[in-house]
Design a protein around this ligand. Structure first.
Ligand code: SDX
Length: 376
């Protein structure tokens, strides 16, 4: 019996044509296109089409896809009633997990898993997830819902529904880039979860629900909230070094750093750092960016030699804060972007499926006698 590989580190569990990651060189490509090209020239909607069709769309195809997405911004009416019945103090990630699961209740054929059916379900989930989040946030604040505007793209429309007014083009584009950067990332834990569930030929709602549950974890998508908590704990830029070194001395993990695959700078962090710096300047949050930058310098001196660098979550925290998102909306924003990748992987898994069922190395005793209850 082979020895267990803890955390499946280095185990190749699938073939994919979606993301390519070179952890040593710090390279990320979606369908072969460098992430920097997409962050600079593409939109989230075009990136979703790329992941779901494993090619870029023509102009006409993109226009048709965008229209389809916008036609599905509004969730089912009865699901909106569920949102309005949600406890106002419920955590948004628990709300997202619950309502993504609830989408299956209003689908007349929730268990269909042929590729066209999966695409249709994925599109509806991707299109209405931001609306669900905005509706819940307005509900918990006691504000009237702001219905989606089909003239707006996903990022701009989300900020419009959240704040009741259109965002600036800079803020809309910043969130659009965040969604692109978060769209996919190989067999990360939540995507692997989605593929494991899909591999039983279960339904897409079960797979997306499981993936959302995984992403909430502080070691995964929840790290972006953890970064913001840390930034709020550190009273000043000068206090950053002491704070970080004390945590390292206690073997605490610094949120937003380290990665199972990247042993170099996460290329997404490179773009998010630029975005964070610009938005911090535009919104008078320079102190937040300076604190982040100082933490990065301290970590570079302390642990870069161990291959521990900023990951996607480190500068997304400052970026989301400057866009005006509350801390507990950071990870739900990650969900809104990653639904694209989860769905692409579910489609890819079912196109050439084999049930995931690894083995375990039993290390317990054998031949143990059953001791009757009266003798225990
Ligand atoms: C995401 O997989 C993906 O692609 C995920 C993701 C995606 O797009 O889907 O990229 C998104 O989840 C990014 C990661 C967000 N998580 C965090 O920022 C949480 C903090 N990071 C760590 O918990 C950790 O780096 C992980 C979980 C990300 C990776 O963990 P590993 O590969 O299991 O590494 P490990 O915990 O075994 O650590 C190896 C060593 C240890 O030191 P030693 O015991 O060998 O001396 O590195 C140290 C760890 O203590 N280490 C850290 C650290 N991360 C690792 N030390 C301090 N701070 C950290 N953040």
């Amino acid at each position: 019996m082979a020895l267990a590989v803890k955390g499946l580190e280095g185990v190749v569990a699938a073939e994919t044509r979606l993301s390519f990651i070179d952890g040593e060189a710090g390279i990320l490509e979606f369908v072969g296109i460098p992430i920097g090209e997409l962050a600079t020239h593409s939109t989230f909607e075009e990136t979703v089409f790329l992941l779901w069709n494993v090619r870029l769309p023509s102009k006409a195809e993109l226009s048709a896809f965008v229209s389809q997405v916008r036609a599905n911004y509004e969730p089912p009416a009865d699901l909106v009633k569920l949102i309005q019945a949600m406890p106002k103090d419920a955590q948004p990630m628990h709300v997202m997990r619950t309502l993504i699961s609830a989408l299956g209740l209003y689908d007349p054929q929730p268990n269909k898993i042929d590729s066209p059916a999966l695409r249709e379900k994925a599109l509806k989930a991707l299109a209405c997830a931001p609306t669900i989040l905005a509706y819940f946030d307005r509900h918990r604040r006691g504000l009237p819902m702001v219905h989606p505007d089909k003239n707006l793209g996903i990022a701009e429309n989300f900020l419009y529904m959240l704040n009741g007014q259109r965002p600036t083009p800079t803020m809309a584009r910043a969130l659009d880039v965040c969604l692109i950067l978060h769209a996919d990332h190989g067999l990360n834990n939540s995507t692997f979860t989605a593929r494991v569930i899909a591999s039983t030929q279960s339904d897409i709602y079960s797979a997306l629900t499981g993936a959302t549950g995984s992403l909430r974890g502080p070691l995964h998508g929840g790290a972006n909230e953890g970064v913001m908590v840390m930034l709020n704990e550190i009273p000043s830029v000068d206090a950053a070094e002491k704070h970080v070194l004390e945590k390292l001395a206690k073997k605490d993990k610094i949120m937003g750093f380290g990665h199972r695959i990247y042993k170099s700078y996460d290329p997404r962090a490179t773009h998010l750092k630029v975005l964070a710096k610009q938005l911090a300047k535009d919104t008078g949050n320079e102190g937040l960016y300076e604190k982040s930058h100082r933490i990065e310098q301290v970590m570079e001196n302390a642990v870069a030699a161990k291959g521990i660098y900023p990951n996607v979550d480190f500068y997304s925290a400052t970026t989301y804060h400057c866009i005006g998102l509350k801390l507990d909306l950071f990870t739900p924003m990650f969900v809104a972007g990653r639904i694209a990748g989860w769905s692409a992987h579910i489609i890819e898994q079912l196109a050439d499926n084999r049930l995931f069922r690894p083995d375990a190395d039993y290390v317990g005793p054998h031949g143990v006698e059953y001791t009757p209850l009266e003798k225990r």
